[in-house]
Design a binder for this molecule. Structure first.
Ligand code: NAP
Length: 324
C-alpha cells in the first residue's frame, strides 16, 4: 500500500514537472519579423504603458504610443528611439480615436496593425458605494470600459488584416470587487468584453489576451490623489449619512487603506509590461496573465473562494461604520 502511494506521488510529481516544462517551451516560442509589425499602446504618458512602449520599441517593433497629453508624448519620445511615434489619444473621444486609426492606416498600409494594447485607465473616484453619485461611476467607466471597447471596435479592421493581437489591461479588481465606484465594475466589464471578443475573433486569427495586475506603484494607486478624492466625497455627504458612519470613520478608512496599499504595492512595474510584451511576441500568447506575486498567490486564488470567506477577509481589511 505504501509502495503504491509512493509511486502515485512520484507519477504526480513527474506529471506536474512535464506540464511545467511543456508550458515553458510553449511560452518561449516567438513570432518573427517584429520590425515590420505595428503596435499601438494607449495610456503611454506614464506607468505600464510608457514602459511597455519603450520595451517594444527596443525590441524593434514599429510602436505608436498613444498619450493623453503632449507633455507625456514628448517625454516618451525623448526616452525612446526615433522609430517610436506618438499620437494624442483620448479614449473617450471618438474623433481622436479616428485620427489615430487614420494615422496607423497611413503608416502601416496593407500590413495592418499587429498589436493593440488597451492600457489607458483611471481609478478615482473609488470608495464606499453610498458615497458615490452616478457621474462618479460614469467618469471611470467611460475611460476604462466604454473607451476600451470603442478603441477596439475602431481598430478591428486593421487588426484582422494582420491576424494580430489585442491585449486588454484588466485587474485583479476585475475578479474581486474590493471597493465601490466605477473601477471594479469597469474591470469586470473588460474581462467579459475580452472573453467574447476572443471567441468571436479566433475565426479571423486575431488573438486576445487579458492582463490582470495586482497592486503596483503608479499614478492610479497614488495614495495622495485617492485620499484627497475620498475627502472630497466625504465632505459632500449629507450630515445624516456621515453620522451613520461615525465621525472617525474617514480617518480610520484612510489609515487602513494606507497600510494595505503600502504592504501590497510593488514598484517593479516590469512584471506587467513583461505580460504585454509576451502577449505580442509569443507564438502562443496566454489568454490570461496574472501580474505580481499578490495577484498570483493571493487575489486570484481568493477570487475562487466562497463569498462567505472573501467577504470576511475583505471586510477585515477596512473599518466598520460606527455601531455596526
Ligand atoms: N497600478 C496598478 O496597481 C494597476 C493594477 C491593475 C490594473 N491597472 C491598470 O493598468 C492600466 C495602466 O495604469 P497605470 O497603473 O500604469 O497608471 P497610470 O500611470 O496612471 O497610467 C494610466 C494612463 O492612462 C492615461 N489616461 C487616463 N485617461 C485617459 C483617457 N481618457 N484617454 C487616454 N489615456 C488616458 C493616463 O494619462 P495621464 O497620466 O495623463 O492621466 C495614464 O497615462 C490602467 O488601465 C489601470 O487601471 C493598474
Amino acid at each position: 500500500m505504501l509502495f503504491v502511494g509512493m509511486v502515485g506521488c512520484w507519477l504526480l510529481g513527474a506529471l506536474l514537472c512535464a506540464a511545467w516544462l511543456a508550458r515553458r517551451i510553449r511560452d518561449s516560442r516567438r513570432v518573427d519579423g517584429v520590425d515590420d509589425k505595428w503596435v499601438l499602446v494607449t495610456g503611454c504618458d506614464s506607468g505600464f504603458g510608457s514602459l511597455a512602449a519603450r520595451q517594444l520599441d527596443r525590441l524593434g517593433f514599429r510602436v505608436v504610443a498613444a498619450c493623453l497629453t503632449e507633455g507625456g508624448a514628448s517625454a516618451l519620445r525623448a526616452a525612446a528611439t526615433p522609430r517610436l511615434r506618438t499620437v494624442l489619444l483620448d479614449v473617450t473621444d471618438g474623433a481622436s480615436i479616428d485620427r489615430a486609426v487614420d494615422f496607423i492606416r497611413g503608416e502601416a498600409g496593407e500590413g495592418g496593425l499587429w498589436g493593440l494594447v488597451n492600457n489607458a485607465g483611471r481609478s478615482i473616484p473609488i470608495g464606499p458605494t453610498e458615497w458615490m453619485r452616478l457621474e462618479d461611476f460614469t467618469k471611470v467607466l467611460d475611460v476604462n470600459l466604454i473607451g476600451l471597447i470603442d478603441v477596439t471596435l475602431r481598430f478591428l479592421p486593421l487588426l484582422k488584416k494582420s491576424r494580430g493581437r489585442v491585449v486588454n489591461v484588466a485587474s485583479i479588481l476585475g475578479r474581486l470587487s474590493l471597493t465601490g465606484g466605477g473601477y471594479c465594475i469597469s474591470k469586470w466589464g473588460v474581462e467579459s468584453f475580452s472573453d467574447s471578443l476572443r471567441r468571436d475573433m479566433q475565426h479571423f486569427g486575431v488573438k486576445v489576451s487579458i492582463v490582470e495586475p495586482g497592486f503596483f506603484k503608479t499614478a492610479v494607486t497614488n495614495l495622495d490623489s485617492i485620499q484627497d478624492d475620498l475627502q472630497r466625497l466625504w465632505d459632500r455627504l449629507p450630515s445624516e449619512v456621515r453620522e451613520s458612519y461615525g465621525a472617525t470613520y474617514l480617518e480610520e478608512y484612510l489609515k487602513a487603506q494606507k497600510f494595505s496599499m503600502s504592504a501590497l504595492c510593488s514598484s517593479d512595474i516590469s512584471k506587467v509590461s513583461w505580460c504585454m510584451v509576451h502577449a505580442l511576441t509569443a507564438m502562443f500568447p496566454r489568454t490570461r496573465y496574472g501580474a505580481g506575486w499578490d495577484a498570483k498567490l493571493f487575489w486570484i486564488p481568493l477570487s475562487y473562494m466562497p463569498s462567505l470567506l472573501t467577504d470576511f477577509i475583505l471586510n477585515a481589511m477596512l473599518p466598520s461604520p460606527k455601531g455596526c
